[in-house]
Design a binder for this molecule. Structure first.
Ligand SMILES: [Fe+2]
Length: 195
């Protein structure tokens, strides 16, 4: 199988796996569908089509670690990445899931630094677009802006949560990634269309 065919296949496989794992979490599944749609829209900012397929695969898989069957550390980016790693997914997808939306900072506040840093942290147009997609879709799948998303996160997790403790360090990185993608989307909109 060619790389191109394999990556298209991975997108379908990722969708099916996420749907199966999140069957008992309908709101998380709605959020995942919203993030995948948003990632499709942002795929124009990541370069070649193969990069867009990596983005979309990671978008479908990014929250599978919420599935009760995958619970290990209790931190969904690591639990999701661990499952993908042990079931043979490409290492780049595994690492994108582990580090999605600047997960490193929330991992640190949970004492999970060692467990997350064994996955390489990609900083690229793809990781930016994944952050953009995740941080502009509400838990119920609706599109919202980053500030609404951050406020909602603090409300849901509570002021004493590890997420709230990571908030100060993580937020500037999330804002910067979202702004970069918005800028890239604006540039794409202004490109002359192909004949
Ligand atoms: Fe998410």
């Amino acid at each position: 199988m060619t790389d191109a065919l394999r990556s298209v296949g991975d997108v379908h496989r990722a969708r099916n796996l996420a749907q199966r794992l999140l069957v008992d979490l309908p709101e998380r599944w709605r959020h995942t569908i919203g993030v995948a749609r948003r990632a499709e829209m942002a795929a124009a900012t990541v370069g070649p089509r193969s990069e867009g397929e990596i983005l979309l695969t990671a978008a479908w898989l990014h929250d599978i670690g919420y599935a009760a069957t995958l619970h290990d550390t209790g931190f969904h980016p690591i639990d999701g990445a661990h499952h993908l790693e042990t079931t043979g997914w490409p290492s780049r997808i595994v690492a994108l899931v582990a580090h999605h939306s600047a997960a490193l900072y929330a991992a640190q506040t949970r004492g999970l630094t060692e467990k997350i840093t064994r996955f390489p942290r990609e900083q690229s147009r793809v990781s930016d677009a994944l952050t953009y997609a995740d941080q502009t879709v509400a838990p119920n799948g609706r599109v919202i802006n980053l500030e609404q998303r951050l406020a909602d996160m603090l409300r849901r997790h509570g002021p004493d949560s590890p997420n709230a403790a990571a908030h100060q360090l993580r937020t500037p990185l999330l804002r910067a990634a979202v702004v970069r993608v918005q800028h890239r989307l604006a540039m794409v909109d202004h490109l002359p269309s192909a004949a």
